[in-house]
Design a protein. Sequence first.
Length: 398
Amino acid sequence: MTLSSGQNYLAIPGPSVIPEVVLRSMHRAAPNIYEGELIETTESLIPDLNYVARSSGHVAIYIANGHGIWEAALSNMVSAGEHILVLATGRFAHGWAEMARKMGVKVDILDFGKNRALDIQALDKKLNSEVITKYKAILMTHVDTSTSVKNDIASVRKKLDEIECPALLAVDCIASLACDRFEMDDWGVDIMVAACQKGLMVPPGIGFVFFNNRAKERQKSLTNISSYWDWEPRVNPKLYYEYFCGTAPTHHIFGLRTALDMIKHEEIENTWKRHETLSRAIWAAIDSWSSVGEISLNVKNPSDRSHAVTSIRLGGENGTRLRQWLQTKSGLTIGIGLGMSDPEDPHGDGYVRFGHMGHINTQMIMALLGTVETGFRAIGYNHGNGALEAASEILSSI
Ligand SMILES: *Cc1c(COP(=O)(O)O)cnc(C)c1O
């Protein structure tokens, strides 16, 4: 039998749980796209997106998923034949690098593996071994959603300033925005990309390129930027249609308006704190499970861990077995082990990921952990005890 009827819980690292109020704000008739509420609502998003990103710069909005936003950012940052450096701590950095390569950009990669944050000394060594003006941009993920590694962005900026490297610093915050603390201005980020379907709690469909004046100036020297990707008209529209180079993503605008209101109401510092505390409960539970058997957190150092997604190693084919049981018997969907395959585990069957981004709270995380433990019992997976106690210890002492 199955007990999966009832409320489903999608605990994957994007798309995330969509709040009922966001869905309701999108459930309405098609609006006028030439005047009135839609235009005002679109304009109102810009300062609030900047509030979430701690930015005082520009925001271009595109009808695109994260991959589209990668291309949008690259199109405004670098030309074919120029060099960039990608700092990789998981699959998503490699994905951005591959996209750049297909656009004719020359890409060097510094790969830090799958279990830890980037190493500033290795970056220093790499940059010192090259002509300092070689790279037009340095690309990195804040959080890599495959490994759940989080990188220290401020330390990269500090290094670039120290050695007077003129490259733009471009950061992928698709997984982390509105989950992990991010300070666009203070950390000296020139370009940041995000999408609406993770911490921003809106169905997939729109994404954002945030950029500062330095990136804006640099963009002016590029040739061959397509009309569609060119960020300039989007941040400086003479006519409303220029915001989106065509028809606006009408219902996403209403959905995002509601989601941003929720974040403003909570206040971004509290949103980060909620994600951090819930993450600590998840880690404590996994630490308890890992006292016996094979289970372990993919990222050992807590300060290298994301507050939006957690990648977990179960070993064997236990990741896939657990996911399938949860999916068919319990109404809980957890994430596949993405980018974690190796010769001994070619399909990444030994890994799972918990997505804990956006619209999540104590009762959801305790349900996630309790249901996963139930799944362990069902598939006969060996683990230590005390996980729910360890999680509730943290969540009760706030
Ligand atoms: C989800 C994600 C992407 C890709 O977004 P899509 O909408 O699936 O194209 C890129 N980078 C990171 C860090 C992500 O989490």
